[in-house]
Design a protein around this ligand. Sequence first.
Ligand code: G3P
Ligand code: CA
Length: 334
Amino acid sequence: MATPAPHPLSPPIVIAHRGASGLRPEHTLASYSLAIEQGADFIEPDLVLTKDNVFVARHENDITGTTNVASHPEFAARRTTKLIDGESHTGWFTEDFTLAELKTLRAIERLPRLRPDNAKYDGQFEIPTLAEVIALAKRHSVGGRVVGIYPETKHPSYFASIGHPMDALLVAQLKAAGWSKPSDPVFIQSFEVANLKRIHTMTGLRLIQLMDSSGGPADHAAPSYAEMTTPEGLKAIARYAYGIGPGLAMIQNGDAAPTTLVADAHAAGLRLHPWTFRAENAFLPKSLQVGTDPATHGHIDTAIRRYLDLGIDGFFTDFPGIGVQARNAAKENR
Ligand code: G3P
Ligand code: CA
């Protein structure tokens, strides 16, 4: 009897971080479309809300650095300063714009010095809505292929504090798209804890607890991310989440010896989807850099391979094309 084909989204999965954001301005339909073309399993929209409560894809509600809002005189008076998760930010914020107003803006490259080719697309692409990202993923989920989405709630406590709670709205929108079960091609991620626990009671979709090498969740639901990675901390996460999304350094910091996080998380029944593989020297360990220019691409494929060999179950990358090749090569060699 023939061996059944593996599920199209079997691990390790490749998650296109903000789309193919190494090659197009992040969080644009052009960036997500290229990621899909390059074979990504999941596309990742970070989500914030507009004044009229529509989810749009931006890494943060401050849109100063990733749109041309500063060159729109009609919005000059909306520049303001806000305290978000304990930090002061001055700029323009999605919650002060209706979707129709945001749609008059265009995306610009966040890292123009490192990614000058991306900056050539400045001013071309709209800010996409979550609905548009869902439609894009579904449009490409044909012929046996499944393109999943991997949304992240950004600043959920802050948004709730200004009258824009995210949890139920997100769950309802995903349910309306036909997604509510663990087997559906969706992961919901957050650096906060309490919102994931609430979402766990609202949907069967798989949840990912994000964490970083330093600090702790903005909702203060745990004292630190370090504490969340103790065996007890991981067991507690496993009660509401499918896995964790640690910063790469939590698994292996540069060229140092790997930590025990992969084994510890697996022992707690959690999968690991670390972030974020980027090709530029600026983001690579010394041993994988090429030359000294921070913008030059180094050996990202080797970096990905190192972590795959450590047993990760998927990964975020700004270069999904390279990620898919590295993942496929690793699978063939197993
Ligand atoms: O969501 C995984 C990774 O994207 C977390 O970092 O800051 O790029 O959203 P960030
Ligand atoms: Ca993210």
